[in-house]
Design a protein around this ligand. Structure first.
Ligand SMILES: O=C(O)CCC(=O)C(=O)O
Length: 269
């Protein structure tokens, strides 16, 4: 049963329970094969633009990993020294009109409204995560909320929607969540070199045995809490593993990283 005020894509009772208790839920094949083919094409347009646009400044290193500001995005490169392979583009939506339209898609916006608890939502940030065959590196266990804590107070009102562009499985480094880890809110991070300033969650505060590998077909959406501990393993396969991660916030808010506001979806009255 869905609550009618959130629209046809609002949460079912079971999805509400899963988000509240487990910290995530999945909608398999929310986007069909033709839509995903188009979004994959748009994603690669974004990669090509990011790779060829003039950098706004010199590349910089954070904990030995290389970053670049170009074409209105922060670009993160793969960790292998000297790699030119792009790992993350944040934000990505401005690189192609199809990506911009995705931000407003009711299959993302209606559940987001309900998770934010506001009829008006805005974009907080959006990332294109690319795990190329045999090179895509792991994402260490972390919560997103500590990255955003200096910027936004009501951290629980920043739900994520991950849209998978390829079939995701253990072999190509599918997304993984620690079930229920969001319930304790912000958790302490690991201290020391290579920890991005304590942004990787201290494993003393969660149990790796509670991890769920989210193996899903292309076109699926994983909604997860900003407090959910998550990560993924390297892509050791010959297959691509690409995904968009879109984060919404209450309407009227400023975007993270970008000095702009971007409302999402038609405003309801
Ligand atoms: O793409 C992945 O596997 C991990 C994504 C992630 O951790 C993030 O975007 O915060």
């Amino acid at each position: 049963m869905r609550e009618p005020q959130w629209g046809v894509f609002g949460l079912t009772g079971e999805e509400r329970r899963a988000y509240d208790e487990d910290g995530f839920f999945v909608r398999e094949r929310a986007f069909d094969a033709a839509e995903i083919a188009d979004l994959r094409d748009a994603a690669e347009v974004a990669v090509a633009r990011a790779a060829t646009s003039p950098p706004a400044a010199d590349d910089y290193l954070i904990d030995g990993n290389r970053y670049r500001e170009a074409a209105g995005s922060t670009i993160q490169f793969e960790h292998r020294p000297g790699s030119q392979t792009i790992r993350v583009i944040e934000p990505f939506h401005h690189h192609d009109p199809r990506l911009d339209r995705l931000i407003d898609d009711p299959r993302l916006v209606e559940p987001a409204r309900e998770l934010v608890g506001d009829q008006h939502v805005a974009l907080f940030t959006d990332k294109l995560n690319l795990k190329r065959p045999r090179e895509g590196s792991r994402f260490r266990w972390h919560q997103d909320s500590p990255y955003w804590a200096h910027f936004f107070r009501e951290l629980h009102r920043l739900p994520n929607a991950m849209v998978t562009l390829d079939d995701a499985h253990r072999g190509n480094g599918c997304f993984r969540v620690i079930r229920g880890s969001h319930r304790r809110g912000l958790l302490p991070g690991l201290e020391g070199d290579g920890t991005l300033g304590a942004l990787f969650t201290d494993p003393a505060y969660f149990d790796e045995d509670d991890q769920v590998p989210v193996e899903v077909p292309a076109g699926s959406v994983v909604f997860f809490s900003p407090h959910t501990v998550h990560g993924s393993q390297p892509n050791e396969s010959d297959q691509l593993r690409r995904a968009f991660v879109i984060t919404y916030q209450p309407g009227g808010g400023r975007m993270f990283k970008v000095d702009a506001k971007r409302e999402a979806g038609a405003v309801r009255t």
